[in-house]
Design a protein around this ligand. Structure first.
Ligand SMILES: Nc1nc2c(c(=O)[nH]1)N[C@H]1C(S)=C(S)[C@@H](COP(=O)(O)O)O[C@H]1N2
Ligand SMILES: [Mo]
Length: 365
């Protein structure tokens, strides 16, 4: 199988393959290079022959479809979106430092941004004669299977129809102008900008319009947010909040945690992201959050306002005297909402949506 060389990613697990880039490389380019894009899989990467590939569209539609890649290419207009993909477990390591959580201890690298191209999901749903709109869900299944707490099952997820009809939601076949790599979902994956990566089903096999959210393990039993007083033993999956939209978040990518620096002006670089809402401001501190100053927000392509689906890159220069320093970042969105100061305030036993101020300790000497 054509697995990409991943020797230079930080590998959390080999089977299934879960890996993230070092933060310095993540920050190297606004559109994340394929070699630097995090990989999150729940089973084995399926081997799919493009010639035999079929996507089925069924359920509550007037005209069920069975589409080849050629059908998709010739029957629908091309669409594109620049969007950030982020795992619901991004930055989980910060929550694991508060108290034990389940899942891989991702640093802030379970995130990446690409220009995705393909066809709009809405166009395909319309061609299939989507019947009902209100309260309907669009469910997806992938060709991959894996081990879950409930046994062996295919990967699946769903999104509410209102989101599914958004022009930003794509059935994508390319990433930054190149064909999707097998690990990222070739030949066709869903891309749901603003939502947790888990909803962007890779190796897309079927689309089903239905009255309820998917009953697939990953939708119905996993990727739920629980209050801090609920444990793995007491959690009732039906009572957890299904994770769709991602919260406001930010991270310092440079300097690295634990870096040894020389005294003087030091440039901090990082990202800020908010599932759909523009970033209004990024604050940085060199003293653990007692004093703040504003970072410069970098413009890319069409400008920040046009890129609510993509992250915002920021940088700031701070004069650091000798000694240990705690560098901190927090972002503010256009509603004036900001991030919690302390990971303990958002701790949950599954370690999802870790979005407290990001802190990096450096030594200047
Ligand atoms: N079919 C399938 N789709 C999937 C997954 C998977 O294991 N199987 N993982 C999901 C999760 S949890 C995330 S975060 C993203 C990761 O996409 P990437 O590996 O391309 O970065 O894919 C999502 N789509
Ligand atoms: Mo994920």
């Amino acid at each position: 199988m054509d697995l990409r060389p991943d020797a230079d990613l930080i590998v959390h697990s080999r089977t299934p393959l879960n890996a993230e880039p070092p933060l310095k490389r993540l920050r190297a380019s606004f559109l994340t290079a394929a070699d630097d894009f995090y990989i999150r899989t729940h089973g084995e990467v399926p081997d799919i022959s493009p010639n035999e590939y079929r996507l089925s569209v069924g359920g509550g539609v007037a005209k069920p479809l069975d589409l080849s890649l050629d059908d998709l290419g010739s029957g629908f207009p091309r669409a594109r979106v620049t969007a950030t993909m982020q795992c619901a477990g991004n930055r989980r390591a910060d929550l694991a430092a508060v108290a034990p959580v389940s899942g891989d201890p991702w640093a802030p690298g379970a995130i990446g941004t690409a220009e995705w191209q393909g066809v709009a999901l809405a166009e395909v749903l319309r061609a299939a004669g989507l019947r009902s709109m209100a309260g309907v869900h669009v469910a997806f299944e992938g060709f991959d299977e894996g081990e879950t707490r409930d046994g062996w099952s295919a990967f699946g997820a769903s999104i509410p129809v209102e989101k599914a009809l958004g022009p930003e939601v794509l059935l994508a076949d390319t990433m930054n102008g190149a064909p999707l790599r097998p690990v990222h979902g070739a030949p066709l994956r869903l891309v749901v900008p603003g939502y947790a990566g888990v909803r962007s089903v890779k190796w897309l096999k079927s689309i089903t319009v239905q009255a309820e959210p998917s009953r697939n393990f990953h939708q119905a039993k996993d990727y739920k947010l629980f209050p801090p007083n609920v444990s793995a033993k007491t959690a009732d999956p039906d009572k957890g909040m299904t994770i769709y939209e991602m919260p406001l978040n930010s991270a310092i990518c440079e300097p690295a945690d634990g870096a040894a620096l020389t005294p003087g002006p030091t440039r901090l670089r990082g990202y800020a992201v908010c599932g759909g809402r523009p970033i209004a401001r990024v604050d940085v501190s060199a003293d653990g959050g007692r004093h703040w100053r504003q970072a410069e927000l970098e413009e890319h392509g069409a400008g920040r306002g046009a890129q609510a689906w993509a992250w915002t890159f920021w940088n700031a220069v701070i004069d650091l005297p000798e000694g240990p320093h705690e560098l901190v970042v927090r972002a503010v969105d256009i509603a004036g909402q900001t991030q919690p100061a302390d990971p303990a305030d958002v701790w949950n036993h599954k370690g999802y949506l870790s979005a407290a101020w990001h802190r990096v300790r450096v030594n200047v000497g």
